[in-house]
Design a protein around this ligand. Structure first.
Ligand SMILES: Nc1ncnc2c1ncn2[C@@H]1O[C@H](COP(=O)(O)OP(=O)(O)OP(=O)(O)O)[C@@H](O)[C@H]1O
Ligand SMILES: [Mg+2]
Ligand SMILES: [Mg+2]
Length: 301
């Protein structure tokens, strides 16, 4: 097969591993920087060009679209979809999962557990917003934050009010979430491929840190997940329409709660923590599901 990886940088661990795994299985593989693609959108023969070359005859595309290039990256992916190429994740599903408000609304519609979460654009009434999510302690998050930056634990009501007002003053979009204390500064990353959780790891925050992000000094270890956690992760990926997803769960006293669903989950942490060939499993998933030149995507992006 001819597999394209939509990625800006072929030296990134995940991209490198996907290249390796494709070659090991005898496939042709090409890394495509979406930002350098230009497209001809027409009703007869949609096409994509990259450095003067016509990108044709691809059987599958693995989108590894960074948060900062979601808009154009998804447009290029959509063009591949129009050309009948199998996407490991569809453009609509990526767009859904990138919007934190929309994805929590989708999870809630399916009855999937999540921390009680409040959103507001310009609340006249910060006090009522806080009451709505059950009062302090709360976690306040910048919608556009990543790697744990912009995630604040406010232990008291006064602190929460000050932080919310400060973020609002900066015109930042925020969400206010019930603090899941019993998670103990840890979360669980479930790696979903198709309708299975193929690997899971626990990330534990550094001493005295409630955020488990590896970028904030957390460390990863192997974990056995419960059947309920497994089902929650699969349901969450399904509700976004993602074929490959990293589902982050918090262990709470009322069961697993989904924090977020990631459409380009990194391979490095999870391959190192579990010793599994996850890149290889993604390529196997393509082998089983790509129907060369006649893929019909479920969503119409
Ligand atoms: N409601 C919560 N209760 C307890 N801990 C939380 C809660 N929300 C977040 N955390 C902790 O803080 C960490 C960072 O939060 P989150 O994943 O929402 O933000 P982020 O990692 O910056 O965002 P993104 O994953 O989109 O880059 C989580 O991994 C988790 O350990
Ligand atoms: Mg996170
Ligand atoms: Mg994330």
């Amino acid at each position: 097969m001819k597999i394209g990886i939509l990625s800006r940088n072929s030296s990134l661990y995940s991209t490198r591993r996907l290249i390796e795994a494709s070659k090991e299985r005898g496939h042709e593989v090409k890394v495509i920087d979406a930002l350098r693609c230009y497209m001809n959108i027409n009703s007869e023969l949609p096409s994509i060009h990259f450095k003067g070359e016509d990108l044709v005859d691809f059987d599958a595309i693995i989108p590894r679209i960074g948060a900062s290039v979601t808009f154009y990256g998804c447009a290029v992916l959509r063009q591949f979809e129009m050309m009948g190429v199998f996407p490991v994740n569809e453009s609509v599903a990526i767009t859904r999962s990138r919007d934190k408000l929309r994805s929590l609304q989708l999870l809630s519609r399916k009855g999937i557990g999540m921390p009680v979460t409040g959103f507001a654009s310009k609340p006249d009434d910060v006090k009522d917003l806080l009451d709505m999510v059950g009062g302090a302690p709360v976690v306040i998050k910048l919608l556009e934050g990543t790697q744990g930056i912009g995630v604040v634990l406010a232990e008291t009501r006064k602190a929460a009010e000050s932080v919310i007002e400060a973020f609002m003053g900066l015109k930042a979009n925020i969400m206010v979430q019930e603090y899941i204390k019993e998670a103990g500064g840890a979360d669980i990353r479930c790696f979903v491929i198709g309708d299975r959780v193929i690997a899971a790891m626990k990330r534990q925050g550094a001493e005295g840190e409630f955020r488990s992000n590896l970028h904030r000094g957390g460390h990863a270890s192997l974990i056995r997940i419960t059947p309920e956690e497994r089902k929650t992760a699969i349901d969450a990926a399904k509700s976004m329409g993602l074929g490959v997803a990293g589902v982050d769960l918090l262990r709470s006293s009322r069961g697993p709660l989904v924090m977020e669903v990631n459409s380009s989950p990194g391979l490095e942490g999870i391959e190192k923590a579990t010793g599994k060939d996850i890149a290889g499993m993604i390529i196997e998933h393509i082998e089983k599901n790509a129907k060369p030149q006649r893929t019909r995507t479920r969503g119409k992006g």
